[in-house]
Design a protein around this ligand. Structure first.
Ligand SMILES: [Zn+2]
Length: 57
């Protein structure tokens, strides 16, 4: 897979050649999380679904 661009800030995101569908890739610039998707047989990035986490506050 080639590098892709952040859907939020357009920064380049390096994606490992062995990235797998469902892997979460974080933008090195703004920290936006992207999920690796497969579209028509090729991998692409989409915004990761937001998951509510409890930080134990
Ligand atoms: Zn970004």
């Amino acid at each position: 897979m080639r590098n892709s661009n952040c859907l939020s800030c357009k920064a380049e995101i390096g994606v490992e050649s062995d990235a797998f569908v469902g892997e979460i890739v974080e933008c090195p610039d703004c920290g936006e999380e992207h999920e690796v998707n497969e579209t028509n047989g090729s991998l692409s990035l989409g915004l990761a679904p937001e998951i509510e986490e409890s930080w134990g506050e």
